[in-house]
Design a protein around this ligand. Structure first.
Ligand SMILES: [Mg+2]
Length: 406
């Protein structure tokens, strides 16, 4: 006898209509009289319209139950569909991933293009959940039946054309683990490049900016370019570092990102080709556990134009990531790296999830995913954390985030 023939008869009840208190309890009171077993249960509410799906075993006299449920639904003023069939839901296909789409705004044309690509690839969308409505709209699709890498390649191409952010990640237990987040500092955690702010004090801003731009595009050896730029800072008073630190603006969402994920036991590290005199202070301010950067040499209250010890370059950033992962006791696959420049590439590759944040094209092309909306906290939507959960945690801690009118 086949498995199919042995599977019990089941009833799928789909109820839709205006949400009101007591809908689910009314339907279940009716079901409980029939003594049926619950196999699955899902409910969503969109703008006060409720969709309730219930899968239960079919009793012998299933038609009697059908009529009772129909009567209960009518009393509630709701529409109901009752379908008799066999067994549980079909098992989800192998090759499961999460596709997060972030738009500001999120146009229907973008969702059309993304879901069209998923369908063309022969994959299924099994579930769709909204992660956030503002300041961006973020939607998560649970997809099955396709290898993550294959779908990523196809969707990244589409995302670039559409001007939305799309992240494709394997559905795995790692999403629920406490992870280490390793962040670049200049143009990632903070706005702009600290070395340029220091250069402004030395009157050589334009000269330094030109070299920075070339280095971040990967056109220059990082160490060579850093040393030549730092040399331009020779004679700048040490007090300039304090002035620069005071003027630094974090990127939007930085504090929310660190505060929220720290509550979940995440660890954070700053790994920067910039300067420890700045990054250590930012780390202390935000409650970031580790930081690693270059140290500007100071003698007699002025910068000497030299760096103390080895330069933290592209390879140095990746090895710092590995060192911190060992110290935290997580595998590299559980590390999330965030960066924008060419010197972040090794670090982004070393991490389980490498995120190019408002990054140069060369970095976006090489990273696992790109986030181009200007909010660091949007990264949490990729980790399966909703805006609502973030705000609830903040509210419990007495931090109020006012929601804009819809
Ligand atoms: Mg950077």
């Amino acid at each position: 006898m086949s498995e199919q023939a042995e599977a019990p008869k089941t009833l799928l009840i789909t109820l839709t209509g205006k949400d009101r208190p007591g809908v689910t309890s009314t339907i279940f009171r009716t079901l409980s009289h029939a003594g049926v077993e619950v196999l699955d249960l899902e409910q969503i509410v969109l703008r006060r319209r409720l969709v309730l799906g219930v899968l239960v075993t079919a009793p012998r006299d299933w038609k009697k139950l059908r009529d009772e449920v129909a009567a209960a639904a009518e009393e509630l003023g709701m529409q109901v569909e009752i379908e008799r069939g066999t067994g549980d839901n079909k098992a989800r296909r192998e090759g499961r991933c999460h596709v997060t789409v972030i738009g500001s705004p999120l146009k229907a044309s973008a969702v059309s293009a993304i879901t069209g690509r998923i369908a063309d690839a022969g994959a299924n969308i099994d579930r769709i959940v909204r992660m956030a409505r503002y300041p961006v709209t973020a939607i998560e699709f649970h997809v099955s039946g396709i290898a993550t890498d294959r779908l990523r390649t196809s969707l990244v191409e589409e995302a670039t054309k559409l001007g939305v952010d799309v992240a494709v990640q394997p559905a795995s237990l790692i999403r629920h683990s406490q992870r280490l987040i390793v962040m670049d500092v200049d143009s990632t955690l903070v706005q702009g490049e600290v070395i340029e702010m220091l250069a402004a004090h030395a009157g050589c801003e334009a000269e330094v900016a030109a070299v920075t731009e070339q280095a971040m595009r990967g056109e220059l050896d990082f160490e060579e370019s850093l040393r030549s730029r730092v040399a331009l800072l020779k004679g700048v008073p040490e007090a300039a570092i304090d002035a620069v630190y005071e003027s630094i603006q974090l990127n939007p969402g930085a504090r929310t990102l660190v505060r929220t994920l720290r509550r979940l036991g995440y660890r954070f590290a700053l790994v920067s080709g910039g300067f420890s005199q700045i990054t250590d202070r930012i780390a202390a301010d935000l409650g970031i556990h580790y930081s690693h950067a270059n140290e500007l040499e100071v003698k007699d209250g002025v910068l000497t134009g030299e760096i103390v010890g080895d330069v933290v370059d592209r390879a140095g950033k990746a090895s710092a990531l590995r060192r911190f992962a060992v110290d935290v006791g997580v595998p590299e696959s559980a590390v999330i790296a965030i960066g924008d420049g060419a010197n972040d590439l090794d670090m982004l590759n070393a991490a389980g999830l490498g995120i190019a944040y408002n990054a140069k094209p060369v970095v976006q092309a090489a990273a696992d995913t790109a986030v181009n909306v200007p909010y660091l906290d949007a990264i949490m939507y990729l980790l399966g954390i909703t805006r609502e959960e973030i705000e609830a945690a903040d509210a419990a801690a007495g931090i109020v985030t006012p929601a804009p009118p819809v």
